[in-house]
Unconditional design. Structure first.
Lengths: 737, 180
């Protein structure tokens, strides 16, 4: 707010070497000789790192497979993959030198569609030697996932109406307004890495592995990211910087351009075929889903997004027979990674569109069709997993009420509705320490990354509430592996729940120590003392503020009371995802649109989004997350997509040619609401909620476009061109009939 | 490299003299030479608005203006909005409406809103949307940002939406039990 918050690029860098990546303007190429003499001749250049300067074999890393090389070796696998890096005293010199690095290369045909990558004669994106023991190693399928229950074949005969379709979702990018920034510096016999990373402790492991250092010699400092959305979960160029810091003995710094972030992170594209069987009354009998995700050249966390997005892809419905088959397909494209919704928006686009088309074919209102099949509270809608942990019909009903679903539509407008469900974290481990200082102020150490979801505020509120300090007397320290205890990661909207519980537990640990102190000071039994909300209640009826009890208990030397909290969600090795869902995110979105038949432009006149949040710990932040996720969903629904040329180069890198929503793209009227039944596993009954409102935006808007025009569109984005063409085709077809 | 040029400008009320390279932008001069890192760098093509500052009262994408062009001008950056340790009404309104999520775009949003309110003290929603159209917020906290500008324009910020602390004590689960 004042400009004083230090993001990575804002940290002091007077004595750094500036790094510039060298990449080829092709997607796939065989790399020949790399000539560095011209670059090294540029004044101020200290190093040009090429694969020859790195250990042989090339060090590789990745959260799921160790397949991503520190620099491209032998072949570039996607547009923008760095083949070398320059380090110089000034950014100007680094840029000039990067342009002087001469790379001999031969462009090779790139596979950048699902069809091409799966063709029988397709070349292999990854050398089979990288995939020892992998039965799919001779194909471009990284992983085949099969989920389901019941018997779809046997149930097919019971279905009176079968509705099917294929739905495609494009490549889109996270586009955090803070481009990724990194620094690394030697630190005695260890190393320090600065990165706006969501998982600092993961990064610590990656760097320790690559440099063969003990964890204690790798310090990751992770200032709050300026937006991340999943794109800053896992290591990207930190390993490269670590090697450069070692090679030069200096602090090195790399700030990506926005264009380079497009070549570092994106969401997986997908093509999903859905076949749903219903009875005439709308009861779902079976669902059969075939999904292909176009992931990139390296796995990153993409295959996990495929798994998690597909496992729950039947949605929040009671369906006795479900078959889900999903494949992660490697390609010569930017490695796809986590992005708000984590593999689910692609499936929800397909399955909820299919539900809306089914409603039309069955002659049942889409709202009623959902209510008929929605799992009730406590219902085991996915066998052997967490049962429905909310009264989801309440959220659906609220959304319908807000948009006046049954009421008359203004002329020329259409309405659509959809729901979204996402599994929360399946495992988790968070530690927190809470220090109650002698004056009653509080320091919380919590390893969450606050990237805008407001975790810092939530933890401060919890500590303030539990220990009776004003909120502005609480300092929350995050983002330094040398200082703050371990946290597994910041993802899956977990932090309010998992780290929140750890902070709460640490506060309760402090309370129990204060109770012991007070008992000793008063000479009474601990059990007779109650510590609650910053108050110490003594058996004689006196009530001391906690700070007085602490000051007295600590005595002349002062000091502090330290509490430790831990929160775990254990792994379950036999579970298809390795663990059940800690909670579900559920959202219902209803929209109203106006379609300009002359231009194909879709304008939202209403957008209603209702999430089941358990408990809104901070209503202003909950609203911000819901409305922000909703508008981000409008981005991939209406305007965002990578445009590739034949060779697989991205043609619309950057802010001019790739549009994200601005204030001019907002719905004319946005309403959000939260359902609060305190039925979540987090503090005070909270659930995670930062992704839900994005999930069902696309199918809701597509249904509204259909309602307004009579046309179903099964590809995203619903750009003016696409909508216009669809309307033209429909008009032509109508004329033919 | 060509020789640096000396320039003089007033930044946040202080007279500053710096030497800048002829091809360096005002954004670079502010961040690298004057250490004012509140002004942010993102797209560098004048599309995202993260680098917005006021130059002689007009909002400018500082990534598109050469530092040398700012010679002799009066520049306001986010660091100059608060006075005497007090947030400006606009900053306070952004806080009160929970308008900031990751915070990275906020300096630019504040300066664009400042320029808008200087020109149109009581803007309509459409005028606010237009006035902030050049400032991308990927957290997409636009609704709350627009509310903040309206609240600042109204002269009195809405009552804080922030409760001092959470707490529905009846609903507190045992924190020592791992969630589900």
């Amino acid at each position: 707010m004042t400009g004083s918050q230090g993001y990575v690029a804002d940290l002091p860098h007077d004595d750094v070497l500036h790094v510039k990546l060298v990449a080829l303007d092709v997607a796939r190429a065989r790399i020949g000789r790399i000539e560095t003499s011209g670059a090294l001749a540029v004044p101020g250049v200290l190093a040009v790192l090429t694969p020859a300067d790195l250990p042989d074999p090339m060090p590789r890393f990745g959260p799921q497979r160790r397949d991503r090389p520190v620099l491209a070796v032998g072949e570039t696998k996607y547009h923008g993959e760095p083949v070398a890096a320059v380090a110089a005293e000034t950014l100007d010199a680094a840029e000039e030198a990067a342009a002087q690095v001469r790379v001999a290369f031969e462009e090779l045909p790139a596979l950048h569609s699902i069809e091409a990558a799966l063709a029988a004669d397709a070349s292999l994106v990854q050398d089979p030697s990288l995939r020892p023991g992998d039965p799919c190693a001779a194909t471009n399928i990284l992983h085949d996932h099969h989920y389901g229950w019941g018997d779809v074949e046997a149930a097919a005969g019971d279905a009176e109406v079968v509705v099917e379709g294929r739905y495609d979702f494009p490549m889109v990018t996270q586009f955090a307004i803070e481009p990724h920034a990194f620094m690394a510096a030697p630190d005695g016999d260890g190393i320090v890495v600065w990165s706006a990373i969501q998982h600092p402790y993961w990064l610590q492991r990656v760097v320790a592995d690559l440099l063969a250092l003990p964890l204690s010699k790798v310090r990751v400092i992770a200032p709050d990211p300026g937006g991340a959305f999943g794109g800053k979960q896992h290591a990207k160029y930190e390993p490269l910087l670590a090697f450069l810091a070692r090679a030069t003995g200096r602090r090195v710094r790399l700030v990506l351009t926005l264009e380079e972030t497009f070549q570092a992170v994106r969401r997986g594209a997908s093509s999903v075929h859905v076949r749903s069987g219903f009875r005439r009354d709308g009861t779902l009998v079976f669902r059969d889903i075939e999904a292909d995700y176009l992931i990139g050249a390296y796995a990153d966390i993409a295959d996990r997004t495929v798994a998690k997005g597909s496992y729950t892809s039947n949605g929040p419905y009671r369906v006795p027979n479900v078959r889900i088959h999903a494949r992660s397909v490697l390609s010569h494209t930017v490695p796809s990674t986590a992005f708000r919704g984590f593999g689910n928006p692609q499936q929800i686009w397909a399955v909820e569109s299919n539900m809306n088309e089914a409603a039309e074919q069955l002659g049942i209102d889409p709202l009623d069709l959902r209510l008929r099949n929605l799992a009730g509270p406590g219902e085991a809608f996915i066998p052997h997993d967490t049962s429905a942990d909310g009264d989801w019909a309440q959220a659906v009903g609220r959304a319908a009420e807000l948009i006046d679903w049954g009421g008359p539509r203004p002329a020329g407008r259409g309405r659509g509705i959809a729901v979204g469900l996402k599994s929360g974290p399946t495992t988790g481990l968070s530690y927190a320490t809470v220090r109650l200082l002698v004056d009653g102020s509080v320091v919380v150490n919590a390893g969450t990354s606050d990237m805008g979801q407001g975790a810092r505020t939530i933890f401060a509120q919890i500590a303030a509430d539990e220990l009776g300090a004003p909120v502005d007397w609480v300092t929350v320290v995050m983002g330094d592996t040398a200082v703050v205890p371990y946290d597994q990661q910041t993802s899956a909207s977990r932090s309010s729940v998992l780290m929140g519980n750890a902070v709460l537990a640490a506060c309760r640990d402090v309370q129990s120590k204060v109770r012991a102190m007070a008992a000793s000071a008063e000479g009474v039994d601990q059990a007779a003392i109650v510590v609650d909300r910053g108050e110490v209640r003594l058996p004689d009826g006196r009530i001391l503020p906690i700070r007085d009890a602490v000051a007295r208990g600590l005595g002349r030397l002062g000091g502090e009371v330290m509490g430790i909290g831990e929160s775990r969600k254990e792994a379950e090795p036999d579970h298809p995802l390795g663990g059940t869902s800690a909670f579900y995110e559920f959202n219902c979105t209803a929209v109203e649109v106006e379609v300009d038949r002359e231009t194909g432009d879709v304008a939202l006149t209403r957008h209603v989004t209702v999430s089941d949040v358990g408990k809104a710990l901070h209503p202003g932040q909950v609203r911000g997350q819901d409305e922000g996720a909703a508008i981000m969903g409008l981005g991939h629904t209406l305007m965002e997509h990578y445009i590739l040329d034949e060779g697989g180069r991205i043609r619309n890198l950057g802010a001019i040619d790739y549009r994200i929503p601005t204030t001019m793209d907002l719905p004319a009227r946005m309403e959000s609401d939260a359902i609060e039944n305190a039925d979540g596993p987090g503090p005070y009954g909270a659930k995670g909620m930062s992704e839900g409102a994005l999930l069902p935006v696309s199918p809701a808007v597509a249904a509204a476009v259909h309602d307004a025009t009579g046309v179903w569109i099964r590809d995203l984005p619903l750009s003016p061109e696409r909508v216009w063409h669809a309307l033209q085709e429909a008009t032509a077809e109508a004329a033919d009939r | 490299m060509t020789e640096p040029l000396p320039i003089e400008l007033t930044v946040n009320g202080r007279d500053r003299r710096v030497e800048v390279l002829p091809h360096h932008t005002l954004l670079q001069a502010l961040r690298e030479d004057l250490g004012l890192t509140g002004t942010k760098e993102c797209c560098l093509v004048g599309e995202c608005g993260a680098c917005t500052v006021l130059v002689d009262g007009r909002s400018v994408d500082s990534c598109l203006m050469l530092a040398a062009e700012a010679d002799g001008s009066v520049v306001l950056t986010v660091e100059g909005l608060a006075t005497g340790g007090e947030l400006s009404p606009l900053q306070q309104a952004f806080l009160d409406t929970s308008a900031a999520q990751c915070g990275f775009c906020i300096p630019g949003q504040l300066l664009s809103a400042q320029a808008l309110l200087a020109e149109v003290p009581h803007p309509t929603r459409a005028q606010i949307e237009e006035g902030l159209a050049g400032n991308l917020c990927r957290c997409a906290g636009y609704e709350q940002i627009i509310e903040a500008v309206r609240a600042a324009a109204a002269g009195a910020a809405e009552a804080p939406a922030i409760p001092p602390a959470v707490g529905d004590r009846a609903a507190i689960p045992d924190a020592t039990v791992a969630p589900q």
